[in-house]
Ligand binder design. Structure first.
Ligand code: OMP
Length: 236
């Protein structure tokens, strides 16, 4: 799995995604989320893999263990490099997800890595406390979810940059900290709350960054990607 910034292909159709990718000359790490996948289905994953890109299939599964386990068994056949679930589904659900992936991965192939979403980067501490009735800090909640994901033998979590270092110290350096909510200093936060720059992400312990609109909505997406890649690599 590459370590370059993961570009969120949050587009309404495969045509829009391919048009966006055309000026890029290198092989990328891209993310297919629910917007694109629910329109295009498995073919978008096959095509992006054929084009030579690494694929994070971000469907954030969250259901009873039996359902998620069987869904993951099917998803394993698509060839994505990374998939995810919501940690709030619980340890039994996360174990079922990982076992489903194991069962669906063809002999001799590598099973996709699997990570758990902790608290969404669009969630603030106050919102978490008032809406989820979680009476702790957001850091404590995120680290707790990371420990549950580790207990279920997942490969890591999705978290914000702000919790990445603590998770590395509790769960180990090899435990993935995939961090969305990335903004260039002068950029807008949009609907994100827990945000950071690519440079701070590296300094504060992210293992991977996910970047959508700062690249996809830029006037020159290739240049925006190169700028973010440089900020990410320079601070390694
Ligand atoms: O799982 C994710 O990728 C994810 C988790 C999370 O907590 N926050 C979050 O923003 N994401 C995804 O990361 C991407 C961020 O997009 P931008 O805010 O445009 O950079 C979107 O595709 C989100 O679906």
């Amino acid at each position: 799995m590459k370590n370059s910034p993961i570009i969120a292909l949050d587009f309404a159709s495969a045509g829009d995604a391919y048009q966006f990718l055309t000026p890029f000359e290198q092989s990328l790490f891209v993310k297919v989320g629910m917007e694109l996948y629910l329109q295009e289905g498995p073919s978008i994953v096959y095509k992006l893999k054929e084009m030579g890109h690494d694929v994070f299939l971000d469907l954030k599964l969250h259901d009873i263990p039996n359902t998620v386990g069987h869904a993951m068994k099917g998803l394993a056949r698509l060839g994505a490099d990374l998939v995810n679930v919501h940690a709030a589904g619980g340890v039994a659900m996360m174990i079922a997800a990982r076992e489903g992936l194991d069962a669906g991965t063809a002999a001799g192939s590598k099973r996709p890595s699997i990570i758990a979403v902790t608290q969404l980067t669009s969630t603030s501490e106050l919102q978490m406390q008032q809406e989820q009735l979680v009476q702790t800090t957001i850091d404590a909640s995120v680290v707790h979810y990371a420990e549950l994901a580790k207990t279920a033998a997942l490969d890591g979590v999705v978290c914000s940059v702000l919790e990445a270092k603590k998770i590395a110290s509790v769960c180990g350096e090899e435990f993935l900290r995939v961090t969305p909510g990335i903004r260039l200093a002068e950029g807008e936060a949009h609907d994100q709350v827990r945000v950071a720059t690519p440079a701070n992400a590296r300094i504060l312990g992210s293992s991977h960054i996910v970047v959508g609109r700062a690249i996809t909505k830029a006037n020159d997406p290739v240049q925006a990607y190169e700028t973010i890649l440089k900020m990410w690599e320079e601070n390694a």
